[in-house]
Write a protein that binds this ligand. Structure first.
Ligand code: GDP
Ligand code: IMO
Ligand code: MG
Length: 428
């Protein structure tokens, strides 16, 4: 069985974690290919809510092996925290089922401090990063001065290299008027965590190729979303990694011959955390309503940073673009339940920028900032759909909404989600 790539088709938080967990019921391996603990992937199982940042969302399925791929940037302290948290829940987190690529890069305390320093220096133009050190870690990776996870096999050498990198970062931190780090004290916890992660290290690209050759079903779990991709997103209001389909291949180390399906996870409306253009953003009551009510109320607060997510109508211009750059073969539409009770819904089908019509997103953040959506209005539905398990039982207008989005994006929607629980994913 070939690999299935699952990526966020919007600005992140589309419900990738819950989708991966649900599809992992029949998978052998779940492999994260990019990002770090800027991600927050939520899985709801009854009363238990798991918020994963680094560990792949297959971890709650006993027979699944979890891979942290070479495309990731990993903060050992945060990973140990997460592993310990899962262990307290009785989850098997042994090195027999979690593999960390020796080629992944490490996020150091210096990266976190530099992230904060850069953001502070940008003032009102800040990107609104998660302050997890993501940008500086990828900077060091592409600048060929990063520290790879494989170095955790020799913590004495790691300590030396880490301390040298902290001393170097201190020069920059002082230039930004930020407190310097103590090369000894501020690295202790990191080294302790790294020592514990040593048994998890593997050549994961080799492992994955072997498993794929043997016919294993591998789910490749994306982080962030296509519209935050460092190449294809609204640069510079993006993350620092390749969040799109190509990133799955480079971030895991296998070729396109194994790719069977590319699933884009899209929310039935739009959300974005942090700065940058969002043409369909709403304010006031409508935005509050999309943020959810009652039990859902806290959903649209960032899983990682607790910030309020910006909410707006579904943007089919962006979603069509996302389907294109990712080569999506299908889409999952999540949070359809949140749209119940709207008399009518709007979908952006084009933009107008400075009097000119755009059917595709303009390629600069500045133009996108001035984009005025051209909306299509469709009728809503009043029924609560969260108990529906058969697609045909959905209200006619809900089905029409789903079909309209599929048509606008020229991509079939094969699953819709009507709640966060495992059984609330409906296959069409
Ligand atoms: P991810 O980063 O893509 O994994 O998404 P997050 O976990 O950050 O955010 C998605 C939120 O929506 C989480 O709180 C999920 O539990 C929740 N969720 C996922 N699918 C659905 C759905 O169909 N309906 C509702 N109401 N919530 C959902
Ligand atoms: P998941 O995997 C939503 C956003 C940040 C910021 C920008 C850059 O849960 O969907 P970074 O810390 O990566 O340098 O921040 O990207 N961002 C996310 N937004 N979901 C995420 O991950 C995100 N990861 C980063 O808010 O705007
Ligand atoms: Mg998230």
């Amino acid at each position: 069985m070939p690999a299935t790539i699952i990526i966020g088709a919007q600005w992140g938080d589309e419900g990738k974690g819950s989708t991966v967990d649900r599809l992992a019921a029949t998978a052998h391996v779940v492999a994260r290919f990019g990002g770090g603990d800027n991600a927050g992937h939520t899985i709801n199982i009854g009363r238990d809510v798991f918020k994963l940042h680094l560990v792949p969302s297959g971890i709650l399925r006993n027979n699944v092996t979890c891979v942290l791929g070479n495309g990731m940037v990993i903060n050992p302290i945060r990973l140990i925290d997460e592993i310990d948290g899962l262990a307290r829940f009785g989850v098997d987190v042994s090195p027999e089922r979690i593999f960390i690529s020796t080629r992944a890069h490490l996020i150091t305390p210096a990266h976190r401090a530099l992230d904060a320093a850069h953001e502070k220096s940008l003032g009102s133009g800040a990107i609104g990063t998660t302050l997890r050190g993501i940008g500086p870690a990828y900077n060091d990776k592409t600048g060929r001065r990063g520290i790879r996870a494989g170095m955790m096999a020799d913590v004495e050498l790691l300590a030396e290299v880490l301390q040298a990198s902290i001393r170097e970062a201190n020069v920059t931190l002082q230039r930004y008027d930020m407190d310097a780090l103590d090369p000894e004290k501020d690295t202790q916890e990191f080294i302790e965590a790294a020592a514990r992660l040593r048994p998890y290290l593997r050549d994961t690209a080799h492992y994955l190729n072997q498993r794929l050759k043997d016919g294993a079903h591998v789910l490749c779990e994306g982080a962030q979303g296509a519209l935050l991709d460092v190449d294809h997103g609204s640069y510079p209001y993006v993350t620092s990694s390749s969040t799109t389909t190509g990133g799955a291949l480079t971030g895991l180390g296998f070729g396109p011959r194994y790719v069977g399906t590319v699933i884009g996870v899209a929310k039935a409306f739009s959300t974005r955390v942090g700065g940058g253009p969002m043409p369909t953003e709403l304010e006031g009551l409508l935005a509050e309503r999309l943020r959810g009510t009652g039990e859902n109320f806290w959903d649209e607060f960032g899983t990682t940073t607790g910030r309020t997510r910006r909410c707006g109508w579904l943007d089919a211009v962006m979603l069509r673009y996302s389907a294109q750059i990712n080569g999506l073969t299908e889409m999952v539409l999540t949070k359809l339940d949140i749209l119940s009770g709207f008399e009518e819904l709007k979908v952006a089908v084009a933009y107008e920028v400075d009097g000119r019509r755009y059917d595709n997103p303009p390629d600069t953040a500045a133009l996108l900032e001035r984009a005025v959506p051209v909306y299509e209005t469709v009728p809503g539905w009043s029924e609560d759909v969260s108990a529906v398990r058969d697609y045909n039982a959905l209200p006619v207008n809900a089905k029409a909404y789903v079909q309209r989005i599929a048509d606008l994006c020229e991509t079939p929607i094969t699953m819709v989600s009507v709640g966060p629980e495992r059984d609330q994913l409906i296959k069409l």
